[in-house]
Design a protein around this ligand. Structure first.
Ligand code: ASP
Length: 342
């Protein structure tokens, strides 16, 4: 009989207060499914994968979750898969799953902002919604999704944008793909997706990719330190459209010459990275070898860079794939497009 598989990994949706007053992941999938607010009209098969706050997960743990998704989808009677997950790093695991997802059936991540022992936890409703989306014919072909507070998002480009509100997620550059309410799923947009990466290459354990922030007065100390620690990739979080300063620019040139891949993202909430400014701005960073990440924010840029380094090893190939999957050399294109207008 057709069914949905729910994989439980922990997070607030599974958390209860311990004697010290700290909320910790403790419920398994059976407890989550017992609290569903509505009767389901299809069978659900629950599996415990992990029971951890998602702030504890490393990329290798995330790859383990992705393998469990693949295992669930090996069964043809499965209509779709739901993953319950902490909200803090849901955007990373969901995006990693999307990068290798090669199946029309939906994979739907969800969680909660209020713990399992809160009288008004949002977890049961979010889980019921996610199951409805996983079983919905209209969700086929949409890839990996995040369903939260009644909204359905594509994994790519979606991130946690509120620390505590029930509407924890948004996709600032694209908006939601649709809505779900009381079992009714309405999809109004379809995402543009990239070809899947090979899951067998997803050995992320030894691939160090660090995130380094640019801020007023920042020097190259952190960049040099992560390179010395063995980073094979760095996501540089620029200001504005992806800017830094001459000291960081010089370090980027050194790192890229040494074969460390530098991906350029931004701390701004929306919009693409673009090569516009000199004096250590984005135009200089691109000339120094940094690869712009389009509208991908640091959390997901790091996952993409880690996965590409695992898949291809060769930094030149990784740089090409990174540029291709994040909108090509958008920075350069914006630059020439601005030049044409002046
Ligand atoms: N705040 C988080 C959550 O919603 C904690 C975590 O990511 O596990 O689950």
């Amino acid at each position: 009989m057709r069914r949905v598989v729910v994989l439980s990994t922990g997070g607030t949706i599974a958390s209860r207060r311990d004697p010290s007053g700290a909320s910790v992941a403790s419920d398994g999938v059976a407890a989550l499914l017992r609290r569903l607010p509505i009767a389901l009209d299809l069978p659900v098969d629950g599996r415990d994968v992990l029971c951890l706050g998602s702030y504890l997960l490393a990329p290798a743990d995330m790859a383990g979750i992705v393998r469990e998704i693949r295992r669930a989808l090996a069964d043809d009677s499965v209509l779709g898969v739901v993953v319950t997950h902490g909200t803090d790093t849901m955007e990373e695991t969901a995006y990693l799953a999307e990068l290798v997802h090669d199946d029309p059936r939906p994979v739907v991540f969800t969680g909660a902002q209020r713990p399992a022992d809160a009288p008004d936890s949002d977890g049961p409703r979010n889980l019921a919604d996610a199951i409805a989306v996983a079983a919905a014919p209209d969700a086929r072909g949409l890839g990996v999704l995040i369903t939260f507070d009644g909204a359905v998002f594509a994994a790519q480009g979606t991130r946690k944008t509120h620390t505590v509100a029930p509407a924890a997620f948004s996709a600032p550059d694209a908006g939601p793909l649709g809505r779900v309410r009381d079992g009714a799923v309405s999809i109004t947009a379809r995402p543009v997706r990239n070809p899947p990466l090979d899951l067998t290459a997803l050995d992320l354990a030894d691939i160090r990719v660090d995130v380094v922030a640019c801020y007023p007065g920042a020097d190259a100390t952190v960049l040099n330190a992560v390179a010395a620690a063995g980073a094979r990739g760095v996501v540089l979080v620029g200001t504005g459209a992806g800017n830094a300063n001459p000291a960081i620019n010089a370090a980027v040139a050194r790192l890229t010459a040494d074969g460390v891949l530098v991906a350029l993202s931004t701390r701004a909430a929306a919009g693409p990275v673009a090569g516009i400014y000199g004096n250590g701005g984005g135009l200089d960073l691109l000339a120094a070898g940094a690869v712009p990440t389009g509208v991908l924010r640091p959390s997901q840029a790091r996952i993409l860079l880690t996965a590409l380094l695992a898949a291809y090893r060769d930094p030149v190939r990784v740089a090409e794939e990174l540029a291709r999957r994040t909108g090509g050399s958008f920075g350069a294109r914006l630059d020439s497009c601005l030049a044409e207008r002046t």
